[in-house]
Write a protein that binds this ligand. Structure first.
Ligand code: UTP
Length: 293
């Protein structure tokens, strides 16, 4: 069985929920405290054992490329001013890993964005991470999913229970809890996926979250998938076709997910990460308390 080495980050969406902030800068570069949201995802992929990062970019996304590149002027300036700590922070980013970029010329949907990575991924399993799902977990979410992949050999979708009408904002799993010695209580066998169902039509409360491990057969499926809702190529439609050929698992990961692609989710993530940050959290907590809301 091939190891999962490559992590694909679709980042070519329009980010309309964050306009006007995302008019000239990608939403993946919005910072939570002091780190762009995409860097949290890249660090998670590296911690899970991936050694190749592929970012799908669109128009106005050069800031992402610049972020992971060497910044000679900045580094020189920090060196001259003796700011060694900041210099190492900046170095760490460009030293992190080699990043490859593919352009998605038109935002034709998440499935289409993933299909753009086909040549760079080749015939091996790979991970897909949606950077705006920022996951705070004791063991990186993708690492938890890698463990499931290594044991089952099938595609793995991250899932989380969402109750009430909020489920309609997600892809939802029709799935059966598996009796599994190691992953019992968290591992599901998927039988179907429904994109953004009405509450009364949702097959379960298991929402699909932005972390996937997929086998390369997904590319063939996506190529054969007609455009779905909103004239977009939906990743969930491709995964549903894959179900007719392979077993697919849902994994209810241990950790807290923040939807940083949504304003309220972004603010919550900012507050929680700031409270946890050494050297900042204490004062920030006092400030929040002083607000006497
Ligand atoms: P979203 O559904 O969050 O869409 O995409 P969006 O355009 O980024 O943001 P809003 O809803 O307009 O505010 C989910 C993920 O899929 C990527 C996005 O970059 C995001 O990471 N995506 C979406 C693409 O790469 N290409 C697409 O054509 C669509």
């Amino acid at each position: 069985m091939k190891r999962v080495r490559k992590a694909v980050f679709p980042a070519a969406g329009l980010g309309t929920r964050f306009l006007p902030a995302t008019k000239a800068q990608p939403k993946e570069m919005l910072p939570i405290v002091d780190k762009p949201i995409i860097q949290y995802g890249v660090e998670e992929a590296l911690a899970a054992g991936c050694d190749q990062i592929i970012i799908i970019t669109g128009r106005g996304k050069t800031a992402i490329e610049d972020h992971f590149d060497v910044s000679y002027e900045l580094e020189k300036m920090l060196e001259e001013r003796g700011k060694t700590e900041l210099l190492s922070v900046v170095h760490q980013i460009s030293d992190m890993i080699h990043v490859a970029y593919v352009r998605q010329k038109e935002a034709l949907g998440l499935g289409h964005a993933v299909l753009m990575a086909r040549e760079l991924v080749g015939n091996e399993p790979f991970a897909v991470l949606l950077a705006d799902d920022v996951i705070d977990a004791p063991v990186p979410c993708l690492k938890q999913m890698m463990d499931v992949y290594e044991e089952t050999g099938g595609s793995v979708l991250a899932t989380q229970k969402v109750s009430g009408p909020a489920i309609s904002a997600y892809g939802v799993l029709d799935a059966t809890l598996m009796d599994h010695a190691r992953f019992g209580g968290r591992l599901y066998q998927v039988s179907n996926l429904v994109e953004k169902p009405k509450l009364e039509e949702a097959p379960s409360d298991l929402a699909i979250i932005g972390r996937y491990i997929l086998t390369p057969a997904i590319f063939e499926m996506l190529e054969g998938t007609p455009l779905g809702a909103g004239g977009e190529l939906q990743l969930t439609d491709g995964i549903r076709m894959l179900l007719s050929r392979e077993k697919i698992y849902g994994y209810c990961f241990d950790g807290k997910r923040h939807d940083a692609g949504d304003k309220l989710g972004f603010l919550k993530a900012t507050v929680e990460f700031a409270l946890k940050r050494p050297g900042l959290g204490g004062e920030f907590r006092s400030y929040l308390k002083s607000l006497e809301l």
